[in-house]
Design a protein around this ligand. Sequence first.
Ligand code: FPP
Length: 230
Amino acid sequence: MESRIPSHIAIIMDGNGRWAEKRGLPRTLGHKEGADVLRKIITYAGRIGVKYLTVYAFSTENWKRSKEEVDTLMFLFKTYLKNEEKNIMKNNVRFLVSGRKDGVRSSLLEAIEKLEDKSKDNTGLILNIAFNYGGRAEIIDAVNSILKLGIENIDEEKFSKYMYNDIPDPELLIRTSGEFRISNFLLWQIAYSEIYITDALWPDFDEKELDKAIQSYNERDRRFGGVKNA
Ligand code: FPP
């Protein structure tokens, strides 16, 4: 059977901490491993024709973790920006970030803006990193932007334009590490997404696991609230 590749895949990359703890390693090493897996998945997703990839790298709730863990996640993102710029440009990837700016160091914000700007005309995979992101915060921020502009008539299509990035909704949402939760991710955008949950911890996720998720998506019967063959 020919496989349809979802145009937009969103991933909750969960299980880094457990992966490390199982090996008697510090949680921070799980995140480092997770960042390496993310690099591989970005390349593979682009190669198989995924157009948009949104990944949950740091939530508005993650500030509650230890200073060491928060610092590691900030450091990994900064290192990613520095080391991957060349690859992003070579592979024609457009880099975007979705999230709030408050609390994020200005040097990191500057690096994000620089890469968003540099890659803005790239026409390959659109990589959207959810960083300092919360789904409720995104909806509230959209409402506030709309109020500020004094717009009175709003519908779903117009509302979507005020999300952090105006990109199509994901067809497929993947969560690793076997948890059946949304954890405040893309609350507006996943209204009709197919959800795939795997027991694999994020550092163990690979190209084959992504293929399995896409295969499962292909077996779904998407009706969007309608009736089959109506
Ligand atoms: C959830 O695992 C994962 C995170 C909170 C962070 C995800 C970040 C990465 C994969 C690295 C991102 C890197 C870049 C370059 C953007 P968890 O720590 O909640 O795992 P646990 O549930 O097993 O404790």
